[in-house]
Each structure stands twice: as structure tokens, then as C-alpha cells.
Design a protein around this ligand. Sequence first.
Ligand SMILES: NC(=O)c1ccc[n+]([C@@H]2O[C@H](COP(=O)([O-])OP(=O)(O)OC[C@H]3O[C@@H](n4cnc5c(N)ncnc54)[C@H](OP(=O)(O)O)[C@@H]3O)[C@@H](O)[C@H]2O)c1
Length: 265
Amino acid sequence: MKLYAIFGNPVAHSISPTIHNYAFSKLGFNGCYTKILVEDGARLRDTFLKYKLKGVNITVPHKEWAYKLADEVVGIAQEIGAVNTWIEKEGKIYAYNTDAPGFYESIKEFDFRSVLILGAGGTARAIAHYLRHKGYAPFILNRSAGHLAYFKERGFDCATWQEFTPRAFDILINTTSAGLIEEVLPAPKELLEPLMQHAKYAVDVIYNKHTPFLTLAQKHGLITKDGTEMLLYQGVLAFEIFTDFAYKKEQIAALMRRSLQLLTS
Ligand SMILES: NC(=O)c1ccc[n+]([C@@H]2O[C@H](COP(=O)([O-])OP(=O)(O)OC[C@H]3O[C@@H](n4cnc5c(N)ncnc54)[C@H](OP(=O)(O)O)[C@@H]3O)[C@@H](O)[C@H]2O)c1
């Protein structure tokens, strides 16, 4: 049997074992997926080897450590500088970022050209790089200047709330954690409302929660989506890597979607 896990701190809340194990069992794949608390990111590789794992997902706060400790980083993850998936092949650890393509998969049904990303943390980096790779030129809007330096250095258009003059964007993406615990908007209402008057879509990466951002967007008639599909697709893409692309994406997605429904029913 092949063993898989999610590494993180905290990790107890993770639903990754549920969605992966459900798909393993329904597809008859001889695998088992568990959660492992890793407190120190520098221990990721030792932990992976100690448990003889075949693959892992890596979550907060270790995605940058996971990038550094892999033998080979594959694809767009090289630009992002953070990974959430490792697979062992012939004694080497290969690393991928499935958050970014997972997010894209969740919005690709939408018809948009111009993109505004709210927030400048790790998730914003992944999404911004991936959208650029797909031919978009996302604009990054953040509360403070510190995190924007990364984007400026890489040639993204960006601004703090103070510097920003609202203009028309087709899609607004909230990557901040505003709304996750407290009922707050990711930017002042005076900035968001003019943006929402012109936008078609509002997407939040926060999942399992209707955030104040999505509530305001719906009030303005926008089509909205929360982060559940992103969560689902990052899992689907990791599962494809774990099982060496032996199953169809749609089949894995249907099973994982079903397992999420069972979790919440
Ligand atoms: N759906 C999924 O599969 C998925 C995957 C990954 C992450 N996520 C979610 O993505 C969110 C962000 O994660 P992350 O790792 O990117 O976080 P992070 O690196 O800590 O970045 C947080 C960003 O949010 C901004 N921010 C925080 N609180 C704010 C507030 N009250 N008002 C305005 N801006 C605020 C910060 O601004 P400053 O720079 O000014 O501090 C920063 O730009 C989390 O809610 C996480 O759960 C979802």
C-alpha cells in the first residue's frame, strides 16, 4: 500500500484525508492518506522519509520550506517559490504547486479579461503568477506596502489602498483572510463599491463561509464563488500526481465533490 499525508501546523482541521481516501477507495487504488503535524518546516523532508511516504500535500505555514527542501520543483511552482505537493519517484522528491492551477480551474468557466487581486500574501502570489502565465495581467491591491514589494520587483501593477484609484475590472478576487474569522471586508467599502459597479464576478478563496465580500458583491449583482472549488481542484490535481495520472480528472473531481457533500450533509 502507498502512504500519503498532509503536513501542516495546525493540521487537525484538514479535510484532505477525507477527499483523498474517498477517491482511493472508490477507484480501488491501494493508498491511504493521513494527517501529520509538522511543527518545524525544516523537518519536512526527514518526516517524509521517516514514514516512507509516497506523496504529501503541504499546507500553512510550510509551503516555502517545501519548495526549498524538494529535489526538483516542477513547472509554474519555480516562479511562485512555494509548493503544496510532493511525490517520491526513484528516491527523489518532486514538488508541485496545485493551488494556483486549482484556483484557475475553479474560475475558467468565467468570461473575463481584466483581473483585480485583493491581498498580497502567499495565495495572491500563486494566483498572480498563474494568471500571468495564462496571459492575464492581474492588478494587486493590498492594505499595506510591505507585501507589495515582491510584486513590484516582478513587474506586476500594484497599489496600496491609499494609492489606488478605482477603475473597471471584470473579476475581483479576494485572497486576503479578511472575512475568515471576523466579519470584515478585504478593503474599505468606498473602494470596493465602485469596483463592484463595473465587475462581473467576485471570487473569494475562503471556503465554507459566505464572507462579507461575497455578500456585498451579490448586493451589486455580481456572479460570486467561494473557495470550495479551488480546494477541490487543488486536491484533484494533487491526486493525479499521486496516482501518476491513471484516472480522469472529471472522475476524481466527481468523487471528491461527493465526499465533500457527505462531509457537510
Ligand atoms: N480555497 C483554498 O483552497 C485555499 C488555498 C490556500 C489559501 N486559502 C485561503 O487564503 C487566505 C489567505 O492565505 P495566505 O496564506 O495567502 O495568507 P497570507 O500570506 O498571510 O496573506 C494575507 C494577506 O491578507 C491581507 N489581510 C489580512 N487581513 C486583512 C484584513 N483584515 N484586511 C485587509 N487585508 C488583510 C494581508 O495584508 P497585509 O500585507 O497588509 O498584512 C496579506 O496581503 C486564507 O483565508 C486561506 O484560508 C484558501
